[in-house]
Design a protein around this ligand. Structure first.
Ligand code: NPG
Length: 369
């Protein structure tokens, strides 16, 4: 029986090394909610993947803050027994808000694992000490600027390049990169910017030998994706449309995709992410770990998840230096072979540096028993 004694929330802000443009807009800085829980036995950390605006999903930093301080946090503090076995049930009365819930689920799990001295990767049955890393490249101003970024990332060792696309900035750009690099693993991510009416774009992309086309259609759609998947030979990958293991089952049943991007924050935390992994593994559907420009706290969590056996494609687990001049934790470094070490310390295996955390904090609130 463990009780949660204290929940500390911080809104933290970090500059990005370069603006990140997607079909949804441009990000120039990272701001997210970090949570530290204290149980009877240990502390645990969770990072919320919600962003400055409700564009990728309906959640955003202020909604996550509100739902944690008003409903989810008080429910954990009031419970007699909070553990990985009970935490999701305690948060279940409130619908949606998966990113906010993930933050608390992950923090409780981290605390429990730290108390036991077990790593998150070992608890998840991870079978790799290091995972293969790709990088997600934002929409550049020109094709030459894109080339320069891609060349730089390949020189660093990244093993898969994912290009963000949007209507009008797609086939020509992707074809140019493919021509420069005929052999690399190359994929594209549309963040739901297209519709079935854009079939000519997908047919043209279909000739470029892509590893996948990620989330081309509406962010909640499964049916149109199935129609599109039947019409092209390139694998579709779903990201936004998969919010739970039930969604993954439906996508498999419908034939909506051949690959799934798992972001633990998007599906309500590491425990549901494991279920998504298991559903996909049972259908022999490859998965990989997506990224949301996480600080070291979320990155460590993602690396542990990506060490699971079904994660067979390169992950959006890039080095700290790809995102931030200075991370909140010790920096995550890309090995020369394009892999990154999975933390093996207790829990997520990292803790924010107190001085850097303090300097990055924009807002704080503590909930106590
Ligand atoms: O390496 O963390 C990363 C970024 C990977 O492209 C990436 N993330 O749609 O997958 C996405 C995109 C994203 C980032 C979406 C931030 C929303 C917020």
């Amino acid at each position: 029986m463990t009780r949660v004694r204290r929940i500390e929330l911080r809104l933290v802000g970090l500059p990005l090394v370069r603006p990140f443009r997607t079909s949804m807009g441009v990000s120039t800085r990272k701001e997210c909610v970090l949570v530290r829980v204290e149980t009877d036995e240990a502390e645990g950390w969770g990072e919320c993947v919600a962003d400055l605006e409700p564009d990728y999903s309906a959640e955003w930093n202020a909604s996550a803050w509100d739902v944690v301080t008003t409903f989810l946090g008080p429910a954990l503090l009031a419970a007699d027994d909070v553990s990985p076995a009970t935490v999701e049930r305690l948060l279940a009365p409130w619908r949606g808000n998966r990113m906010a819930k993930a933050t608390l689920v992950d923090a409780v799990l981290d605390a429990e694992l730290r108390a036991r001295g077990a790593s998150l990767a070992s608890m998840l049955g991870g079978d790799k000490d290091a995972v293969v890393c790709g990088v997600s490249v934002g929409i550049a101003d020109t094709t030459d600027a894109l080339r320069e970024q891609v060349d730089g990332y390949l020189a660093e060792g990244y093993r898969r390049i994912k290009l963000k696309i949007e209507p009008g900035v797609d086939v020509e750009r992707v074809a140019a990169i493919r021509k420069d690099h005929p052999e690399i693993l190359l994929s594209v991510d549309a963040n739901a910017a297209y519709s079935l009416a854009d079939e000519d774009v997908f047919r043209a992309l279909d000739d470029l030998g892509l590893l996948m086309i990620e989330q081309p259609l509406h962010h909640e759609d499964l049916v149109d994706h199935a129609t599109l998947q039947a019409r092209i030979s390139t694998a579709l990958c779903l990201d936004e449309s998969i919010r739970s293991a039930a969604d993954a089952s439906a996508a498999i049943e419908l034939g909506s995709c051949r690959i799934v991007n798992i972001k633990q924050g998007r599906v309500g935390g590491v425990l549901e992410a494991r279920r998504v992994h298991d559903v996909c593994a049972a259908a022999a559907m490859p998965v990989w770990c997506g990224g949301m420009l996480e600080t070291g706290v979320g990155r460590a969590t993602n690396l542990a998840l990506a060490s699971m056996p079904g994660f067979t494609l390169p992950n959006d687990t890039s080095a700290s230096s790809r995102y931030f001049p200075e991370d909140l934790t010790d920096p995550f470094v890309l090995e020369r072979d394009g892999t990154m070490r999975v933390p093996d310390g207790p829990g997520i295996g990292v803790t924010p540096d107190p001085a850097r955390l303090e300097a990055a904090t924009l807002r704080r609130e503590t909930l106590e028993l």
